[in-house]
Design a protein around this ligand. Structure first.
Ligand SMILES: Cc1ncc(COP(=O)(O)O)c(C=O)c1O
Length: 438
């Protein structure tokens, strides 16, 4: 290995690449990691150092890096069709993917509209809901509702339904803010059932006042990830669905992070036995390979746009909408779910993750260990010093882990293919990093 290669890439990246979600100056103290290749759950730099990707590279990777089955599908697709515009044209991968996803909702959400990143899917769901009410003559329904602590992406519309000050604060003047209603996720020292009931009551109170003006409520089903893996019971979704039906408000399920098996079922909403009016998917749907997002919706919504009048159509578009390579990666990903019975196997993996967390629970600074499917998290207290997250991230790197705490919340959201040895390593090293940092 050439020792200077990492340094060269880092210097060139610092000079030319503006990295996301980063104060670039912090890299003066903590250099970038220059990745040369990936294999399974591991990422490797140019000097042969390895990092266990315990956050699935921002929650996208499901079946490991350089997965042979997804690679083979993409190589085959490359020889046939890399891209064709989706307005006026169609192609096998996008049709098959739409059919297969519809089947996974038993046809309840039978129409798929495509984009690339998660935030674009959120924009689409918001616009579709807004436009639906206009198309059926309910032009007063123009407002949106999100939950306290919600995160739905960084574009301007998505920030309007996001309640994480770090991301919204600077753009206040640009953002059309949604109603923010209390979250069902319990706060510190709060009983889960009380938090849930109060959240339902708060939503009902808002609907009683404003439903005639509200187009949709958007939620992250079961786990509000970006606010710090705040988890809540499926019962909330069931009750929210009933409220939305009672007051004629759309329900948008943002399953961008929690879909594709992450919480224990393929769609998180399945655990509440409900379907939303709009479901946003991205991240894991392409196995973590290519930017792909989509919004699935009902016949009722689709039919409200189906008309001879162009103004009633949903004219939203992106150049790469329904990209065949991305759809093919998604088809290969769905095939792995079926062939390997992933949802069943993940129950065993989730149990192993839980056991690997047990020794961490004994640490005096660890609070609120929690888990839903393939997401496990804990908080570190008493209030840790400024920069905890970055110090933890840096020490984890030294111990061959890619872990990126959110504030004082440390979490695992690994690819589904971790071996027993890798799970043990993850548990032991996380504890070791914690001992070092706290
Ligand atoms: C729930 C949720 N919605 C939307 C997004 C935005 O997705 P993207 O980063 O692909 O725009 C994210 C990203 O983390 C997310 O967790």
């Amino acid at each position: 290995m050439n020792k200077s290669v990492n340094k060269d890439w880092i210097a060139r990246s610092m000079a030319s690449v503006w990295h996301p979600c980063t104060q670039m100056q912090h890299h003066e103290a903590l250099p970038l990691v220059a990745i040369s290749h990936g294999s399974g759950a591991w990422l490797y730099d140019h000097e042969g150092h390895r990092y266990l990707d315990a956050v699935s590279s921002w929650w996208v990777n499901l079946f490991g890096h350089a997965n042979p089955r997804i690679n083979a599908a993409l190589k085959d697709q490359l020889d046939h069709l890399e891209h064709a515009m989706l307005a006026g044209f169609t192609h096998e991968p996008v049709v098959e993917l739409s059919e297969q996803l519809s089947a996974r909702t038993q046809g309840a959400l039978g129409h798929a509209f495509y984009a690339s990143d998660g935030a674009s899917a959120v924009e689409i769901a918001l616009k579709m809901s807004f436009h639906y009410w206009r198309n059926i003559g309910q032009t007063d329904k123009q407002e949106f509702v999100c939950l306290a602590g919600s995160y739905h992406g960084e574009t301007v519309g998505a920030l309007g339904v996001t309640d994480v000050a770090l991301f919204t604060e600077a753009y206040g003047g640009m953002i059309r803010r949604a109603h923010v209603v209390r979250s069902p996720a319990a706060g510190v020292d709060e009983a889960a059932a009380d938090a849930l009931n109060q959240a339902v009551q708060a939503m009902r109170a808002l609907f009683e006042q404003r439903a005639a003006h509200i187009a949709a409520v958007i939620v992250e089903p079961l786990v509000q990830c970006a606010t710090g893996m705040a988890m809540y019971d499926p019962l909330y979704l069931k009750q929210l669905r009933a409220l939305c039906d009672e007051f004629q408000v759309h329900l948008i399920a943002d399953e961008i992070a929690v879909g594709c098996g992450r919480t224990g079922s393929f769609f998180a909403c399945e655990q509440a036995q409900i379907w939303p009016d709009f479901m946003c998917l991205s991240k894991g749907i392409s196995g973590g390979y290519l930017p792909l997002s989509l919004v699935m919706t009902t016949d009722t919504v689709y039919q409200a746009f189906y008309h001879s009048d162009i103004h009633r159509a949903f004219l939203h578009s992106h150049s790469y909408t329904g990209n065949p390579l991305a759809c093919r990666a998604a088809l290969a990903t769905l095939a792995i779910f079926d062939e390997d019975r992933v949802i069943e196997k993940n129950k065993i993996s989730a149990d192993k993750l839980r056991k690997a967390m047990e020794p961490i629970a004994a640490h005096s600074a660890v609070r609120r260990i929690r888990q839903r499917g393939m997401i496990a998290a804990f908080d570190v207290e008493p209030a840790v010093a400024e920069g905890f997250s970055r110090r933890f991230f840096a020490e984890a790197q030294k111990q061959e882990l890619l872990l990126r705490p959110i504030g004082h919340t440390v979490y695992w959201m690994p690819p589904y293919i971790l071996s027993d040895e890798e799970i043990s390593l993850l548990g032991e090293r996380t504890l070791s990093v914690l001992n070092h940092v706290v």
